[in-house]
Design a protein around this ligand. Structure first.
Ligand SMILES: *[C@@H]1O[C@H](CO)[C@@H](O)[C@H](O)[C@H]1NC(C)=O
Ligand SMILES: *[C@@H]1O[C@H](CO)[C@@H](O)[C@H](O)[C@H]1NC(C)=O
Ligand SMILES: *[C@@H]1O[C@H](CO)[C@@H](O)[C@H](O)[C@H]1NC(C)=O
Length: 428
Protein backbone atom coordinates (compact mmCIF):
# COMPACT_ATOMS: atom_id res chain seq x y z
CA UNK A 1 0.00 0.00 0.00
CA UNK A 2 2.95 2.25 0.42
CA UNK A 3 4.02 2.23 -3.16
CA UNK A 4 1.02 2.88 -5.34
CA UNK A 5 -0.62 5.99 -4.07
CA UNK A 6 1.92 8.68 -4.46
CA UNK A 7 1.27 11.40 -6.88
CA UNK A 8 3.06 13.45 -9.36
CA UNK A 9 3.73 17.14 -9.36
CA UNK A 10 6.32 18.75 -11.56
CA UNK A 11 9.64 19.65 -10.07
CA UNK A 12 9.61 22.80 -7.97
CA UNK A 13 12.61 25.11 -8.06
CA UNK A 14 12.39 26.21 -4.43
CA UNK A 15 13.19 22.75 -3.16
CA UNK A 16 15.94 21.94 -5.64
CA UNK A 17 19.52 21.39 -4.67
CA UNK A 18 20.56 24.65 -6.35
CA UNK A 19 19.05 26.55 -3.43
CA UNK A 20 20.50 24.27 -0.80
CA UNK A 21 23.70 26.26 -0.23
CA UNK A 22 21.58 29.33 0.53
CA UNK A 23 19.46 27.22 2.83
CA UNK A 24 22.51 25.94 4.65
CA UNK A 25 23.80 29.47 4.97
CA UNK A 26 20.53 30.49 6.62
CA UNK A 27 20.60 27.47 8.89
CA UNK A 28 24.16 28.33 9.88
CA UNK A 29 23.30 31.96 10.64
CA UNK A 30 20.16 30.89 12.49
CA UNK A 31 22.13 28.51 14.66
CA UNK A 32 24.58 31.27 15.59
CA UNK A 33 21.75 33.67 16.43
CA UNK A 34 19.76 31.08 18.30
CA UNK A 35 22.78 30.00 20.29
CA UNK A 36 23.48 33.60 21.23
CA UNK A 37 19.89 34.13 22.30
CA UNK A 38 20.04 30.93 24.16
CA UNK A 39 23.10 31.81 26.19
CA UNK A 40 21.38 35.04 27.20
CA UNK A 41 18.28 33.23 28.33
CA UNK A 42 17.83 31.60 31.68
CA UNK A 43 17.43 28.10 30.32
CA UNK A 44 19.48 25.41 31.87
CA UNK A 45 19.92 23.48 28.67
CA UNK A 46 23.37 24.22 27.36
CA UNK A 47 24.62 21.99 24.59
CA UNK A 48 24.14 22.88 20.93
CA UNK A 49 21.95 19.94 20.24
CA UNK A 50 19.35 21.07 22.75
CA UNK A 51 18.85 24.49 21.18
CA UNK A 52 15.18 24.73 20.35
CA UNK A 53 14.81 25.10 16.62
CA UNK A 54 11.81 27.30 16.80
CA UNK A 55 11.20 30.53 18.61
CA UNK A 56 8.18 32.71 19.01
CA UNK A 57 8.92 36.38 18.41
CA UNK A 58 12.59 35.79 19.08
CA UNK A 59 12.16 34.53 22.61
CA UNK A 60 12.65 30.98 23.80
CA UNK A 61 9.32 29.40 24.56
CA UNK A 62 8.53 28.84 28.18
CA UNK A 63 8.78 25.17 28.97
CA UNK A 64 5.89 23.66 30.88
CA UNK A 65 6.43 20.79 33.21
CA UNK A 66 4.14 17.86 32.60
CA UNK A 67 3.32 18.02 36.30
CA UNK A 68 0.85 20.76 35.42
CA UNK A 69 -1.33 18.11 33.87
CA UNK A 70 -3.04 15.16 35.43
CA UNK A 71 -0.49 12.88 33.78
CA UNK A 72 -2.95 11.49 31.30
CA UNK A 73 -3.11 14.43 29.01
CA UNK A 74 -5.73 16.69 30.53
CA UNK A 75 -4.40 20.20 30.69
CA UNK A 76 -6.15 23.54 30.98
CA UNK A 77 -9.30 23.36 28.93
CA UNK A 78 -8.40 26.06 26.45
CA UNK A 79 -4.86 25.05 25.60
CA UNK A 80 -4.10 24.78 21.90
CA UNK A 81 -1.85 21.73 21.64
CA UNK A 82 -1.41 22.10 17.90
CA UNK A 83 0.81 25.22 17.93
CA UNK A 84 4.25 24.97 19.45
CA UNK A 85 7.82 23.86 18.86
CA UNK A 86 9.96 20.75 18.90
CA UNK A 87 12.76 20.56 21.47
CA UNK A 88 15.60 18.13 21.32
CA UNK A 89 15.62 16.22 24.57
CA UNK A 90 18.47 13.72 24.88
CA UNK A 91 17.05 12.54 28.20
CA UNK A 92 14.03 11.00 26.49
CA UNK A 93 13.62 7.55 27.94
CA UNK A 94 13.72 4.56 25.65
CA UNK A 95 11.02 4.74 22.97
CA UNK A 96 7.51 3.70 23.99
CA UNK A 97 7.87 0.61 21.80
CA UNK A 98 10.60 -0.64 19.52
CA UNK A 99 11.20 -2.11 16.09
CA UNK A 100 10.06 -5.55 17.25
CA UNK A 101 6.39 -4.53 17.30
CA UNK A 102 5.06 -6.86 14.61
CA UNK A 103 2.32 -4.55 13.40
CA UNK A 104 4.83 -2.03 12.04
CA UNK A 105 4.67 -2.16 8.26
CA UNK A 106 8.15 -3.02 6.98
CA UNK A 107 8.58 0.21 5.03
CA UNK A 108 7.93 2.27 8.17
CA UNK A 109 10.30 0.38 10.43
CA UNK A 110 13.15 2.87 10.23
CA UNK A 111 15.32 1.36 12.93
CA UNK A 112 15.22 -2.12 11.37
CA UNK A 113 15.50 -0.56 7.90
CA UNK A 114 18.62 1.41 8.84
CA UNK A 115 17.30 4.89 8.14
CA UNK A 116 20.09 7.17 9.31
CA UNK A 117 19.19 9.00 12.48
CA UNK A 118 16.15 6.75 13.08
CA UNK A 119 16.86 6.50 16.81
CA UNK A 120 17.00 10.30 17.12
CA UNK A 121 13.48 10.86 15.81
CA UNK A 122 11.81 10.16 19.15
CA UNK A 123 14.19 12.43 21.03
CA UNK A 124 12.33 15.51 19.84
CA UNK A 125 9.56 16.55 22.18
CA UNK A 126 6.55 18.58 21.10
CA UNK A 127 6.07 21.62 23.30
CA UNK A 128 2.75 23.44 22.77
CA UNK A 129 3.04 27.20 23.26
CA UNK A 130 1.07 27.49 26.49
CA UNK A 131 0.86 24.08 28.11
CA UNK A 132 2.40 20.61 28.11
CA UNK A 133 1.53 17.61 26.00
CA UNK A 134 2.71 14.67 28.06
CA UNK A 135 3.34 11.22 26.66
CA UNK A 136 0.22 9.16 27.37
CA UNK A 137 0.47 6.28 29.78
CA UNK A 138 -0.69 3.06 28.04
CA UNK A 139 -1.69 1.27 31.21
CA UNK A 140 -3.75 4.17 32.51
CA UNK A 141 -5.33 4.52 29.10
CA UNK A 142 -6.32 0.83 29.01
CA UNK A 143 -7.72 1.03 32.51
CA UNK A 144 -9.78 4.12 31.80
CA UNK A 145 -11.10 2.84 28.45
CA UNK A 146 -12.49 -0.58 29.30
CA UNK A 147 -15.25 -1.86 27.00
CA UNK A 148 -14.57 0.86 24.46
CA UNK A 149 -13.96 0.58 20.76
CA UNK A 150 -11.90 3.02 18.70
CA UNK A 151 -12.00 3.11 14.90
CA UNK A 152 -9.50 4.78 12.56
CA UNK A 153 -11.09 5.41 9.17
CA UNK A 154 -8.99 6.70 6.31
CA UNK A 155 -5.91 6.23 4.19
CA UNK A 156 -2.54 4.69 5.04
CA UNK A 157 -1.58 7.73 7.13
CA UNK A 158 -4.42 6.84 9.49
CA UNK A 159 -3.09 3.29 9.50
CA UNK A 160 0.29 4.71 10.49
CA UNK A 161 -1.39 6.39 13.49
CA UNK A 162 -3.35 3.22 14.30
CA UNK A 163 -0.17 1.12 14.34
CA UNK A 164 1.46 3.62 16.68
CA UNK A 165 -1.46 3.31 19.11
CA UNK A 166 -1.40 -0.47 18.85
CA UNK A 167 2.33 -0.75 19.55
CA UNK A 168 2.08 1.72 22.47
CA UNK A 169 -0.85 -0.11 24.08
CA UNK A 170 0.74 -3.51 23.53
CA UNK A 171 3.45 -2.40 25.93
CA UNK A 172 0.70 -1.92 28.53
CA UNK A 173 -0.96 -5.27 27.94
CA UNK A 174 0.37 -8.03 25.71
CA UNK A 175 -2.75 -10.19 25.51
CA UNK A 176 -4.50 -9.27 22.26
CA UNK A 177 -7.05 -10.85 20.00
CA UNK A 178 -6.59 -10.07 16.32
CA UNK A 179 -9.79 -9.74 14.33
CA UNK A 180 -11.64 -7.50 11.86
CA UNK A 181 -14.41 -5.62 13.63
CA UNK A 182 -17.19 -4.20 11.43
CA UNK A 183 -15.38 -4.80 8.16
CA UNK A 184 -12.07 -3.32 9.32
CA UNK A 185 -8.84 -3.96 7.44
CA UNK A 186 -7.26 -4.94 10.78
CA UNK A 187 -8.18 -4.71 14.43
CA UNK A 188 -7.27 -5.88 17.89
CA UNK A 189 -8.96 -6.30 21.24
CA UNK A 190 -6.85 -5.87 24.35
CA UNK A 191 -8.50 -8.81 26.02
CA UNK A 192 -7.95 -7.95 29.67
CA UNK A 193 -9.59 -4.54 29.18
CA UNK A 194 -11.98 -5.33 26.33
CA UNK A 195 -10.62 -2.28 24.52
CA UNK A 196 -10.82 -2.64 20.74
CA UNK A 197 -8.94 -0.62 18.16
CA UNK A 198 -9.43 -1.03 14.42
CA UNK A 199 -8.32 0.42 11.11
CA UNK A 200 -10.81 0.81 8.26
CA UNK A 201 -9.07 1.38 4.99
CA UNK A 202 -10.59 3.92 2.61
CA UNK A 203 -8.89 6.34 0.27
CA UNK A 204 -11.67 8.78 -0.63
CA UNK A 205 -14.23 7.87 2.08
CA UNK A 206 -16.75 7.62 -0.76
CA UNK A 207 -17.09 4.43 -2.80
CA UNK A 208 -15.25 4.44 -6.11
CA UNK A 209 -14.32 2.07 -8.89
CA UNK A 210 -13.22 1.91 -12.52
CA UNK A 211 -15.54 3.54 -15.04
CA UNK A 212 -15.57 2.69 -18.76
CA UNK A 213 -17.62 4.40 -21.44
CA UNK A 214 -20.75 2.50 -22.35
CA UNK A 215 -21.09 1.63 -26.04
CA UNK A 216 -24.73 2.74 -25.86
CA UNK A 217 -23.60 6.22 -24.90
CA UNK A 218 -24.56 8.44 -21.98
CA UNK A 219 -24.05 11.91 -20.58
CA UNK A 220 -20.37 11.46 -19.79
CA UNK A 221 -19.77 9.61 -23.04
CA UNK A 222 -21.29 12.48 -24.99
CA UNK A 223 -18.79 14.82 -23.30
CA UNK A 224 -15.99 12.63 -24.63
CA UNK A 225 -15.10 10.61 -21.52
CA UNK A 226 -13.73 7.17 -22.30
CA UNK A 227 -12.50 5.94 -18.93
CA UNK A 228 -11.86 7.03 -15.38
CA UNK A 229 -13.07 6.39 -11.87
CA UNK A 230 -16.68 6.57 -10.83
CA UNK A 231 -16.91 8.20 -7.40
CA UNK A 232 -20.30 7.92 -5.68
CA UNK A 233 -20.35 11.04 -3.54
CA UNK A 234 -23.27 9.83 -1.42
CA UNK A 235 -22.19 6.21 -0.79
CA UNK A 236 -19.59 5.41 1.89
CA UNK A 237 -17.01 2.81 0.92
CA UNK A 238 -18.05 -0.61 2.26
CA UNK A 239 -14.90 -0.96 4.36
CA UNK A 240 -16.22 1.54 6.89
CA UNK A 241 -19.96 1.83 6.32
CA UNK A 242 -20.63 -0.08 9.57
CA UNK A 243 -17.91 1.68 11.56
CA UNK A 244 -19.93 4.69 12.84
CA UNK A 245 -22.52 2.47 14.53
CA UNK A 246 -19.87 0.08 15.89
CA UNK A 247 -17.18 2.22 17.51
CA UNK A 248 -17.44 4.62 20.46
CA UNK A 249 -14.68 6.86 19.18
CA UNK A 250 -13.79 7.48 15.53
CA UNK A 251 -10.90 9.26 13.85
CA UNK A 252 -11.36 10.09 10.18
CA UNK A 253 -9.01 11.36 7.54
CA UNK A 254 -8.86 11.78 3.80
CA UNK A 255 -6.72 13.96 1.56
CA UNK A 256 -3.70 12.31 -0.03
CA UNK A 257 -5.63 10.58 -2.78
CA UNK A 258 -7.49 13.70 -3.83
CA UNK A 259 -4.24 15.24 -5.02
CA UNK A 260 -2.96 12.05 -6.65
CA UNK A 261 -2.84 12.62 -10.40
CA UNK A 262 -0.71 9.51 -10.94
CA UNK A 263 -3.84 7.49 -10.11
CA UNK A 264 -6.67 9.92 -10.81
CA UNK A 265 -5.04 11.50 -13.85
CA UNK A 266 -7.26 14.44 -14.84
CA UNK A 267 -7.08 13.40 -18.48
CA UNK A 268 -6.43 9.64 -18.63
CA UNK A 269 -8.35 8.50 -15.54
CA UNK A 270 -10.36 11.37 -14.06
CA UNK A 271 -12.67 11.15 -11.08
CA UNK A 272 -16.23 11.12 -12.41
CA UNK A 273 -18.58 12.07 -9.62
CA UNK A 274 -22.01 10.47 -9.33
CA UNK A 275 -24.88 11.39 -7.05
CA UNK A 276 -28.05 9.31 -6.64
CA UNK A 277 -26.47 6.93 -9.13
CA UNK A 278 -26.34 9.57 -11.88
CA UNK A 279 -23.29 11.39 -13.24
CA UNK A 280 -22.98 14.94 -11.95
CA UNK A 281 -23.13 17.26 -14.97
CA UNK A 282 -21.16 19.39 -15.57
CA UNK A 283 -18.37 17.18 -14.17
CA UNK A 284 -16.78 18.47 -10.94
CA UNK A 285 -13.11 19.12 -10.35
CA UNK A 286 -11.54 16.97 -7.59
CA UNK A 287 -11.49 19.99 -5.23
CA UNK A 288 -15.22 20.54 -5.59
CA UNK A 289 -15.82 16.79 -5.50
CA UNK A 290 -13.95 16.62 -2.19
CA UNK A 291 -16.30 19.20 -0.66
CA UNK A 292 -19.37 17.30 -1.86
CA UNK A 293 -18.01 13.98 -0.59
CA UNK A 294 -17.09 15.45 2.80
CA UNK A 295 -20.56 16.91 3.19
CA UNK A 296 -22.26 13.60 2.41
CA UNK A 297 -19.89 11.44 4.45
CA UNK A 298 -20.04 13.69 7.50
CA UNK A 299 -23.82 13.65 7.56
CA UNK A 300 -23.77 9.88 7.04
CA UNK A 301 -21.57 9.47 10.10
CA UNK A 302 -23.65 11.85 12.21
CA UNK A 303 -26.77 9.91 11.29
CA UNK A 304 -25.33 6.43 11.93
CA UNK A 305 -23.30 7.11 15.06
CA UNK A 306 -24.93 6.18 18.35
CA UNK A 307 -25.54 8.98 20.87
CA UNK A 308 -22.35 9.78 22.76
CA UNK A 309 -19.99 8.68 19.97
CA UNK A 310 -16.92 10.88 19.86
CA UNK A 311 -15.94 12.00 16.37
CA UNK A 312 -12.62 13.41 15.25
CA UNK A 313 -11.46 14.56 11.85
CA UNK A 314 -7.69 14.53 11.55
CA UNK A 315 -6.06 17.27 9.49
CA UNK A 316 -3.74 16.58 6.58
CA UNK A 317 -0.38 14.94 7.16
CA UNK A 318 2.40 16.85 5.36
CA UNK A 319 4.83 15.29 2.90
CA UNK A 320 8.44 16.48 2.68
CA UNK A 321 9.76 15.76 -0.80
CA UNK A 322 12.80 17.85 -1.71
CA UNK A 323 14.49 18.10 -5.09
CA UNK A 324 11.46 16.75 -6.93
CA UNK A 325 8.36 14.73 -6.21
CA UNK A 326 8.28 11.05 -5.24
CA UNK A 327 8.81 9.80 -8.79
CA UNK A 328 11.37 12.44 -9.76
CA UNK A 329 14.08 11.47 -7.33
CA UNK A 330 12.66 13.58 -4.52
CA UNK A 331 14.11 12.72 -1.13
CA UNK A 332 13.93 13.56 2.58
CA UNK A 333 17.33 12.81 4.08
CA UNK A 334 17.30 15.50 6.76
CA UNK A 335 18.36 14.61 10.27
CA UNK A 336 16.71 17.54 12.07
CA UNK A 337 13.31 19.23 11.99
CA UNK A 338 12.82 22.25 9.75
CA UNK A 339 13.08 25.78 11.08
CA UNK A 340 9.91 27.90 11.04
CA UNK A 341 11.28 29.76 8.02
CA UNK A 342 11.84 26.50 6.15
CA UNK A 343 8.36 25.31 7.09
CA UNK A 344 6.88 28.33 5.37
CA UNK A 345 9.00 27.85 2.26
CA UNK A 346 7.84 24.22 2.04
CA UNK A 347 4.17 24.70 2.78
CA UNK A 348 2.93 28.21 2.13
CA UNK A 349 0.25 28.07 -0.49
CA UNK A 350 1.77 31.06 -2.34
CA UNK A 351 5.01 29.16 -2.90
CA UNK A 352 3.08 26.35 -4.62
CA UNK A 353 5.86 23.91 -3.79
CA UNK A 354 6.04 20.13 -4.20
CA UNK A 355 4.11 19.53 -0.98
CA UNK A 356 1.60 22.36 -1.32
CA UNK A 357 -1.47 20.13 -0.98
CA UNK A 358 -1.12 19.94 2.82
CA UNK A 359 -2.69 23.28 3.66
CA UNK A 360 -5.04 23.17 0.67
CA UNK A 361 -6.62 19.96 1.92
CA UNK A 362 -7.03 21.48 5.36
CA UNK A 363 -9.03 24.40 4.02
CA UNK A 364 -11.60 21.88 2.75
CA UNK A 365 -11.63 19.99 6.04
CA UNK A 366 -12.03 23.11 8.20
CA UNK A 367 -14.97 24.20 6.12
CA UNK A 368 -16.60 20.76 6.07
CA UNK A 369 -16.62 20.14 9.82
CA UNK A 370 -17.93 23.60 10.79
CA UNK A 371 -21.17 23.20 12.72
CA UNK A 372 -20.97 19.37 12.75
CA UNK A 373 -20.39 16.92 15.61
CA UNK A 374 -16.76 16.43 14.49
CA UNK A 375 -13.83 17.89 16.33
CA UNK A 376 -10.60 18.72 14.63
CA UNK A 377 -7.47 16.78 15.46
CA UNK A 378 -4.95 19.25 14.15
CA UNK A 379 -1.63 17.52 13.58
CA UNK A 380 -0.52 19.54 10.57
CA UNK A 381 1.55 22.29 12.08
CA UNK A 382 3.53 20.03 14.42
CA UNK A 383 4.16 17.60 11.59
CA UNK A 384 5.25 20.23 9.07
CA UNK A 385 8.48 20.66 11.03
CA UNK A 386 9.40 16.97 10.89
CA UNK A 387 11.18 16.55 7.57
CA UNK A 388 13.52 14.23 9.49
CA UNK A 389 10.87 11.71 10.48
CA UNK A 390 9.89 9.97 7.22
CA UNK A 391 11.24 6.54 6.23
CA UNK A 392 13.14 8.09 3.32
CA UNK A 393 15.14 5.24 1.74
CA UNK A 394 14.92 2.93 4.78
CA UNK A 395 14.98 -0.70 3.77
CA UNK A 396 16.22 0.10 0.26
CA UNK A 397 13.12 1.41 -1.52
CA UNK A 398 12.97 2.29 -5.18
CA UNK A 399 11.51 5.73 -4.39
CA UNK A 400 12.05 7.57 -1.12
CA UNK A 401 9.01 7.55 1.13
CA UNK A 402 8.63 11.13 2.36
CA UNK A 403 4.93 10.75 3.06
CA UNK A 404 4.48 8.07 5.71
CA UNK A 405 6.23 8.29 9.08
CA UNK A 406 8.82 6.17 10.81
CA UNK A 407 7.53 4.12 13.74
CA UNK A 408 8.24 4.79 16.53
CA UNK A 409 7.91 8.40 15.48
CA UNK A 410 5.64 11.36 15.31
CA UNK A 411 2.32 9.57 14.99
CA UNK A 412 3.04 8.65 18.62
CA UNK A 413 2.70 12.37 19.34
CA UNK A 414 -0.51 12.48 17.28
CA UNK A 415 -1.85 9.85 19.67
CA UNK A 416 -0.76 11.92 22.68
CA UNK A 417 -2.76 14.76 21.16
CA UNK A 418 -5.75 12.49 20.47
CA UNK A 419 -5.71 11.19 24.05
CA UNK A 420 -5.26 14.68 25.51
CA UNK A 421 -8.37 15.77 23.60
CA UNK A 422 -10.26 12.72 24.83
CA UNK A 423 -9.46 13.29 28.46
CA UNK A 424 -10.40 16.93 28.12
CA UNK A 425 -13.82 15.87 26.86
CA UNK A 426 -14.26 13.53 29.79
CA UNK A 427 -13.25 16.20 32.27
CA UNK A 428 -16.05 18.43 31.07
C1 LIG B 1 20.56 -2.98 8.47
O1 LIG B 1 21.88 -3.09 8.92
C2 LIG B 1 22.18 -4.36 9.49
C3 LIG B 1 23.57 -4.30 10.09
O2 LIG B 1 24.44 -3.62 9.24
C4 LIG B 1 22.03 -5.44 8.41
O3 LIG B 1 22.30 -6.72 8.97
C5 LIG B 1 20.62 -5.41 7.87
O4 LIG B 1 20.50 -6.34 6.80
C6 LIG B 1 20.26 -4.02 7.39
N1 LIG B 1 18.85 -4.01 7.06
C7 LIG B 1 18.37 -3.52 5.94
C8 LIG B 1 16.88 -3.61 5.76
O5 LIG B 1 19.06 -2.98 5.10
C1 LIG C 1 -16.70 -5.32 25.23
O1 LIG C 1 -16.80 -4.01 24.69
C2 LIG C 1 -17.81 -3.85 23.72
C3 LIG C 1 -17.72 -2.43 23.22
O2 LIG C 1 -16.52 -2.23 22.58
C4 LIG C 1 -19.17 -4.16 24.31
O3 LIG C 1 -20.17 -4.07 23.32
C5 LIG C 1 -19.16 -5.56 24.90
O4 LIG C 1 -20.39 -5.79 25.56
C6 LIG C 1 -18.02 -5.69 25.88
N1 LIG C 1 -17.94 -7.09 26.35
C7 LIG C 1 -18.02 -7.40 27.62
C8 LIG C 1 -17.88 -8.85 27.93
O5 LIG C 1 -18.19 -6.57 28.52
C1 LIG D 1 1.37 25.22 -9.00
O1 LIG D 1 2.33 24.39 -9.59
C2 LIG D 1 1.81 23.43 -10.45
C3 LIG D 1 2.92 22.53 -10.89
O2 LIG D 1 4.05 23.25 -11.26
C4 LIG D 1 1.13 24.12 -11.64
O3 LIG D 1 0.58 23.15 -12.53
C5 LIG D 1 0.02 24.99 -11.10
O4 LIG D 1 -0.57 25.72 -12.15
C6 LIG D 1 0.57 25.96 -10.03
N1 LIG D 1 -0.55 26.63 -9.42
C7 LIG D 1 -0.54 27.93 -9.17
C8 LIG D 1 -1.76 28.47 -8.50
O5 LIG D 1 0.40 28.66 -9.46
Amino acid sequence: MASNHHYKRPHQPHSSSSSSSTTYFYIFISIILLTALFLLSSHNITSYSTVPLAFESGKPIKQYASGQNDGNGAASADCDYSEGNWFYDPTVRSPRYDETCKEIYKGWNCVAGNRSGAAEIVKWRWQPNHCALPQFDPLRFLESHRDISIGFVGDSLNRNMFVSLFCSLKRGSGEVKKWRPAGADRGFTFVKYNLTIAYHRTNLLARYGRWLANAKGGELESLGYKEGYRVDVDIPEGTWAEAPSFHNILIYNTGHWWWAPSKFDPVKSPMLFHENGQPMIPPLSPEVGLDVVLRHMISYVEEKARPGTILFFRTQSPRHFEGGDWDQGGSCARLQPLSPHEVESFFSVQNNGTNVETRLVNEHIYEAIKGTAFQLLDITSMSEFRADAHPSSAGGKKHDDCMHWCLPGITDTWNDLFIAHLSRLKVR
